[in-house]
Design a binder for this molecule. Sequence first.
Ligand code: DGL
Length: 266
Amino acid sequence: MPNKESAIGVFDSGIGGLTVLQKIIETLPKENTVYLGDTARAPYGTKSVETVLRYSFENTEFLVQKGVKAVVVACNTSTAIALTRLRDSLSIPVIGVIEPGVRRAIKGTKNNKVGVIGTEATIQSGAYTRALKEADAGVEVYSRACPLFVPLVEEGWTDNDVVEMTVKAYLGSLKQSGIDTLILGCTHYPLLKKVIRKFMGSNVRLVDSAEETAKEVESALKQGVLTRKNSKAIHSFFVTDAPDRFIKVGRRFLGEKVESAVRIER
Ligand code: DGL
């Protein structure tokens, strides 16, 4: 049975969830973490509902076997498709990235016009629109899938002419729609914040789900399972494909904390 000293489990389709892990470590520096990146099967954003469901359950099963005290679904696509079912099947807290971002967006919008960007699967699922409307039925939602953002970030291109052109092509109509809040509904998008902010202008508030999710994890654990120890936290990384690329790209997200990663066979 997990206890206060058990680790927090985090999974993502690959590397991007490290943006969420980074915020969890900043918010809860004493907590041990176990991260699983399903690098062999990423991206999830272009896959079918059945496939994303199956992968999400397998990832969760792995973390549960590691004895974690909570599971953070760092992947927006997995959250959109699998969160409710994962919650129903587990007795430990399961935290996704959509509700926290939605709460922040609703709190922040002044004109009730909120934009959402994410992978194709996330946008197609309608999960963000549903959650926004549930939080405030009067909100106008403008959503857009931005499939090229993930490969750009994976390539390490976060701030060059190609990124600027892609941002312009995807976000042009969102800019025209008059939104005052834009949810970055994908693990990778916080790395494009600078270019997105420049294009959307300072009147549009960008909501980074990672920050909000970390706060949600903290409040879930405060219900009695925060660690009491004072020793240095241990962060373990597991991947489903060769670790080299994960370590290289992962350092871009999380710096030297990504020292090594263990490959697991599926
Ligand atoms: N982790 C995914 C998400 O947040 C992005 C990468 C992928 O498509 O697997 O939606």
